[in-house]
Design a binder for this molecule. Structure first.
Ligand SMILES: [Zn+2]
Ligand SMILES: [Zn+2]
Length: 285
């Protein structure tokens, strides 16, 4: 894992002054730094564009699905959606920078524990690595999120996310830059800690993207039997996160209800405004 570091150190050492007054030394160090700066910048820029387009495509897809399932659900939220897109695209740039740097390092210097040959680790490791990464992400999210609900950090960082009332499919990355930084470092850090096959990493990113959007889109896409059954007792879906946006004081988790339950902050499942109207109507009928 330290290969990349030793490689860099070795390159720098070979550029060391050969004698006193070696005028080329400064030039060699400068060249060494310059040779990797531009590719790193380009990689960060490319990743920013990828994250931005991924956001527009996936949030757009779920916003379209929302319009088909509940026509007019977002009708009065147009100004809010504009702000959600603004903050989300700003977050895309913040997410793209560390991801771009690590992607460059993976490609050029062999950084990270990401592997491409499936037989490098036993097959059982594949699902375990996905679960461990989800659990680690969930743990980081729970504690930083809970901390951001303290008055000062809330005002500085987290109020932007809660300005969406109710949130929409466009709110998936609607964070203030300070909050975006806490989210942007997670995956680039995890790939140095947990060995993951490239396809396991792709699944992790897909789950992260889809759950980030669907938890905010204002309706439940999973069947009721699942949400109200044993799976819903453990996993977080839109019905659970909706209640966080309604009541603030609990349901801080991201994928699992584990930390909320352990720390007594689980508020249980929420209800959507359209579900309330539907059940009220059926009671009247
Ligand atoms: Zn919150
Ligand atoms: Zn939220």
């Amino acid at each position: 894992m330290l290969d990349w570091f030793l490689l860099d150190f070795g390159r720098l050492a070979s550029a060391a002054p050969k004698s006193r007054g070696d005028k080329d030394y400064a030039q060699r160090v400068k060249r060494h730094a310059m040779s990797s700066t531009l590719p790193i910048l380009l990689s960060a820029l490319a990743m920013t564009l990828i994250v931005g387009f991924r956001y527009l495509l996936t949030s757009g897809l779920f916003a379209w699905a929302t319009e088909r399932k509940y026509p007019g659900l977002y009708a009065k939220l147009r100004p809010q959606i504009g702000r959600e897109i603004y903050w989300s695209l700003l977050s895309a740039a913040i997410y793209g920078i560390p991801a771009g740097i690590v992607a460059w390092g993976w490609n050029e210097r062999g950084w990270t524990l990401v592997y491409t040959n499936i037989s490098d680790y036993p097959l059982w490791w594949w699902p375990v690595s996905v679960f461990l990464a989800l659990f680690a992400h969930d743990t980081w999210f729970y504690w930083t999120h809970r901390w951001m609900h303290r008055p000062k950090p809330f005002k500085i960082a987290h109020a932007v996310h809660h300005a969406s009332r109710p949130p929409t499919a466009w709110a998936a990355m609607s964070f203030h830059p300070w909050e975006a930084i806490t989210g942007a470092v997670v995956i680039p850090a995890l790939v140095f800690l947990i060995p993951m096959h490239i396809s396991a990493l792709a699944l992790l990113l897909t789950i992260m993207t889809v759950m980030g959007i669907t938890n905010h889109m204002g309706w439940e896409m999973f069947p009721r039997w699942m949400v109200n059954g044993p799976l819903g007792n453990v996993l977080i879906t839109a019905t659970h996160h909706q209640r966080h946006h309604d009541e603030y004081r609990g349901n801080y988790g991201l994928y699992f209800r584990f930390w909320d339950r352990l720390c007594g902050t689980d508020l249980g499942l929420g209800r959507f405004a359209h579900d309330r109207t539907e059940s009220d109507n059926s009671q009247l009928a």
